[in-house]
Design a protein around this ligand. Structure first.
Ligand SMILES: [Zn+2]
Length: 183
């Protein structure tokens, strides 16, 4: 019975990963299915936990929403995703889906810093186009004020805006996805 349950969870994890890959511009941005050592562990963990994780992320989106008038809020979904290390991404905002999709790698950022990552991607979703221009800095600045983060730089050549609000990276991004982050 236990092995059946594990298989069902793993199956749910694989279905989730397929869904994630369908909202990414390049499916190769997620590659845990080919991780022979951890594949079963990670897919099973996703099958068991992903709804809880995504609900937590939705709470952060709601916090961002509350910084704007209801009429100024965008229709968006947020999904946790284990990005391939080759993607070199903590978060990604796909403005070409309906609704707009924010994807965040909850393994690359400690839970206490998820809001910072969500706020960064939320600002992209709000504008509806990529880039870190002056308008982006203004939206992010508004969010930072509402959420209690330090203000971003408005200097056009200041690259800190690419990862603002700042947070430290985790050491082993896949540890969370193997379930070790819950211990
Ligand atoms: Zn960005």
């Amino acid at each position: 019975m236990i092995s059946n349950a594990q298989t069902a969870a793993e199956q749910m994890g694989l279905v989730y990963l397929a869904k994630i890959r369908s909202v990414l511009p390049d499916p190769q941005m997620v590659d845990v299915m080919s991780n022979l050592r951890d594949r079963v562990l990670i897919c099973s963990w996703i099958g068991n936990q992903i709804e809880t994780v995504n609900r937590s992320l939705q709470v952060h989106v709601t916090a961002c929403d509350e910084c704007f008038d209801p009429s100024d809020r965008r229709s968006l979904q947020i999904l946790a995703v284990p990005f391939a290390s080759s993607a070199q991404l903590d978060g990604f905002c796909n403005i070409n889906t309906t609704p707009t999709t924010i994807l965040v790698d909850v393994g690359r950022v400690a839970p206490a810093d998820w809001l910072a990552l969500v706020a960064h991607e939320y600002a992209h979703a709000h504008l509806g186009y990529p880039g870190h221009d002056r308008a982006y800095a203004e939206v992010l600045s508004h969010l930072c004020l509402g959420l209690g983060f330090a203000q971003p730089s408005f200097q056009p050549d200041d690259r800190s805006i690419y990862c603002w609000p700042p947070y430290p990276a985790t050491i082993d991004p896949l540890a969370w996805w193997r379930g070790e982050g819950l211990q």
